[in-house]
Design a binder for this molecule. Structure first.
Ligand code: KG4
Ligand code: ZN
Length: 371
């Protein structure tokens, strides 16, 4: 089955063609993140305006790149939520129109569930399909993105139970907000990760315990990341005061202070490593406890933060140490962040087409209904 996936939930405009839920035939992503780097975050109207301009060329490119004709497409898949309403509408209305005009079935896809399916996709060239062993069920899946942090138990395709999540900020949001406090660009996750790598390459054995790991002693599997942001803010304000920058920096409108002041700038890599370690530790500690309780066959990571190397490294180490039989999966880094291939893969394994007239953008969609 050939599926054309369309994804426009945030600042990406993406289209991909995937065969039988695993074989990637094309994967096109246009992003307006450069635009938002200037403002330190997404301006929804600007993102949607760019998506209106890009959506048709992006779909065209995906078809050309895969060398697929419209008649070869068996099904359309589109993110219906969650996300920014203006952005979602661009993808949803385009996909509905194509479904009507091309007379193809269409499957509305939950963006958060699709992040799980990034782990099913094999990269082109598809020369050694036997090497790819997709995750087995039952599975536990941790979705860590810019707006969500959710752990779900996946009994089988389409059968998800919500286990836990964040009480406040999402893990990606913590990366983004802390990066801003350090004067690093948006999106903050990759920026913190790069700065942290600079520090870690010369200090592998340094203990990174400066910032709190809230809730790691609670007997649930929940997280809380807003305290980390406050701890980083307080630390940065103290640093600024001690460097005679307090007047400027205390306004907190000048987030660039840290990167402009040479004495403070040199502290950024260490602070980035501390922030990354606090987020990674919280995610890994709570997840490993859940793995011990639920004993899944697979543990599946997904969402933009799953591109983080330190997170994957710590999970791999903890799974090795724990002796559990659970197999750890993380997507190829290109499949971690928002993309349309995961949308198409998700539609293959959850193939429930809906009449295009009954598909609507739903910005507040949860990973599981009534979670
Ligand atoms: O899933 P995603 O691409 O978009 C949403 O659905 O939100 O996730 C974006 C999030 C952002 O917060 C970004 O900073 C974070 O993923 N991210 C990372 C890395 N790459 C992206 N966080 C940590 N390390 C990374 N390498
Ligand atoms: Zn996402």
């Amino acid at each position: 089955m050939i599926v054309l996936g369309i994804e426009t939930s945030c600042d990406e405009t993406a289209a991909a063609i995937v065969e039988n839920g695993t074989k990637l035939l094309s994967n096109i992503t246009a992003t307006s993140s450069g635009l938002h780097a200037r403002t330190g975050g997404i301006i929804p109207e600007e993102a949607a305006r760019k998506q209106v301009e890009s959506i048709i060329p992006v779909i065209d490119l995906a078809l050309n790149d895969a060398n697929i004709k419209i008649k070869d497409i068996d099904c359309l898949a589109v993110t219906s939520g969650p996300g920014l309403i203006g952005s979602l509408l661009v993808g949803v209305e385009t996909a509905k129109t194509l479904s009507c005009v091309w007379k193809k079935p269409i499957v509305p896809i939950n963006h958060l569930v699709a992040h799980i399916y990034a782990n099913w996709i094999t990269q082109r060239p598809h020369t050694q399909p036997a090497i790819h062993n997709p995750p087995l069920f039952p599975a536990l899946s941790l979705i860590v993105s810019g707006g969500h942090t959710d752990m779900v138990f996946v009994k089988e395709h389409g059968n998800l139970t919500w286990i836990s999540g964040t009480r406040d900020d999402a893990a990606g949001e913590a990366f983004d907000k802390c990066a801003r406090l350090l004067g690093l660009p948006y999106p903050g996750g990759p920026a913190i990760s790069d700065a942290a790598d600079d520090f870690l390459s010369g200090h592998q054995d340094v203990k990174l315990t400066m910032f709190p790991r809230p809730m790691i002693d609670s007997d649930d599997f929940d997280w809380s990341f807003s305290g980390l942001k406050t701890a980083v803010l307080n630390h940065v304000v103290d640093l600024s005061k001690n460097s005679g920058l307090s007047g400027e920096y205390m306004k907190l409108s000048d987030y660039d202070a840290l990167s402009k002041e040479p004495k403070l700038k040199s502290l950024v890599p260490k602070l980035a490593a501390e922030i990354q370690e606090a987020i990674v530790d919280s995610l890994v500690i709570k997840s490993m406890r859940a793995v011990k309780k639920y004993k899944p066959k697979s543990f599946i990571l997904g969402g933009g933060v799953s591109a983080n190397n330190r997170l994957k490294e710590k999970f791999v180490n903890e799974f090795e140490k724990s002796g559990v039989k659970t197999k750890f999966y993380a997507p190829d880094p290109k499949m971690s962040t928002d993309n349309a291939a995961a949308i198409a893969a998700c539609a293959f394994y959850n193939n429930e087409p809906v009449d295009w007239r009954n598909i609507f953008a739903n910005p507040g969609l949860q990973i599981v209904e009534n979670k």
